[in-house]
Design a protein around this ligand. Structure first.
Ligand code: SAH
Length: 263
C-alpha cells in the first residue's frame, strides 16, 4: 500500500516571514492540511490549490474539532497515501498537543516528521524588545501554561513564583489572560508586588500591542486595556527595559504601545 506521512509543522506566531524554509516546503508539498486556529491566512495561502484544507480550530464561531476526529483524519489520510501537514501555531511541541498527536500517529504505524516553529513566547519577547535571559536580570526562563490545569495536574504557583524570584528566572506564561486575576493572586504568593510584567497580544502580527505593568496591577491593566487571547504574559526584571526599547519613557506602570486594534 502507498503509505503517506504526517508532518507536524510549526506555523510560528503569525507573521508568515517567521516560517522556516522547512515549514514552507512542507506546506507546499502537502496534499491535506489540517489547520489550527492561531495559524494565519497568509501561511495557509502557501498551500497548492490542489491541497485539501481542513480548519480544525474554532474559526467561524464553531466549536473546535474534537481531538479524536483530528487524529482519525490524519491517520486515514496518511494511509490513503496523502502527505498530511498538521499546521500548528508557534512550535508544535510547546503547549500544542503535538506530543500526543505524535504518539498516536507512531502507534498507528504512520511515518511522521516534526518541523519547529518560533514559539509565541519568543515572539512576544521580541515584540517587547527584551532578551528573556539578559544576564544582568535573569539566569534562565520558564515557559508555563496559565491554564489552571494541564492534564489534570495543577501548577504549584507558590513554588514556581518563589523559585522564579530566588533563582532569577523569567516566567513566560501562555494561556494566562483569561484567568489573569487568579494568576496574579497565585504569583503574588512568591513574587513581590512591584515585579515588572508585560503582556503582549498578537505578537508578530500587525495588530500586535502590549501593556507594561507590575504584578499587583496585572489583572487591572489587562482588563482596562482589553487585552485578549492570544496573549503572552512575561514576568520578571527583563521586562523593565521594554518601554525604553519601544521609544517610550521608562515608567513602571501601564504603558500601552500603539498599533491598537480599533473596535
Ligand atoms: N504552540 C503554540 C502555543 C499554543 S497554546 C506556540 O508555540 O506558540 C495557545 C497560546 O499561545 C495562546 O493562548 C497564547 O498564550 C499563545 N499565543 C499563540 N500565538 C500568539 C501570538 N501571536 N501572540 C501572543 N500569544 C500567542
Amino acid at each position: 500500500m502507498n503509505h503517506g506521512k504526517v508532518t507536524l509543522v510549526g506555523a510560528g506566531p503569525g507573521d508568515p516571514e517567521l516560517l522556516t524554509l522547512k515549514a514552507v516546503r512542507a506546506i507546499q508539498s502537502a496534499t491535506v492540511l489540517l489547520v489550527d486556529d492561531l495559524v494565519s491566512d497568509e501561511v495557509v495561502a502557501l498551500a497548492t490549490p490542489q491541497a485539501r484544507i481542513v480548519y480544525v480550530g474554532k474559526r467561524g464561531g464553531c466549536k473546535s474539532t474534537p481531538q479524536a476526529f483530528i487524529l482519525k483524519l490524519m491517520v486515514a489520510s496518511a494511509l490513503e497515501g496523502h502527505h498530511v501537514v498538521r499546521l500548528k501555531g508557534g512550535d508544535p511541541f510547546i503547549f500544542g498537543r503535538g506530543g500526543e498527536e505524535l504518539e498516536h500517529l507512531r502507534a498507528a504505524g504512520i511515518d511522521t516528521a516534526v518541523v519547529n516553529g518560533i514559539t509565541s513566547g519568543l515572539a512576544a519577547a521580541n515584540a517587547l524588545g527584551v532578551p528573556l535571559t539578559h544576564r544582568d536580570h535573569a539566569q534562565g526562563v520558564i515557559l508555563v501554561t496559565g491554564h489552571g490545569k494541564q492534564a489534570g495536574l495543577s501548577t504549584d504557583w507558590r513554588a514556581l513564583a518563589a523559585t522564579a524570584h530566588s533563582a532569577r528566572l523569567t516566567l513566560v506564561i501562555y494561556m494566562g489572560v483569561t484567568g489573569v486575576q487568579q494568576l496574579q493572586s497565585e504569583l503574588l504568593t512568591g513574587l513581590p508586588p512591584g515585579t515588572p510584567v508585560a503582556v503582549v497580544q498578537d505578537a508578530s502580527l500587525p495588530t500586535q500591542r502590549f501593556v507594561k505593568t507590575s504584578l499587583d496591577q496585572l489583572a487591572a491593566s489587562v482588563s482596562r486595556e482589553k487585552i485578549t487571547s492570544p496573549a503572552i504574559i512575561v514576568v520578571g526584571e527583563v521586562t523593565r527595559a521594554a518601554a525604553q526599547s519601544a521609544g517610550l519613557p521608562d515608567i513602571a506602570v501601564d504603558v500601552v504601545v500603539p498599533r491598537r486594534r480599533h473596535r
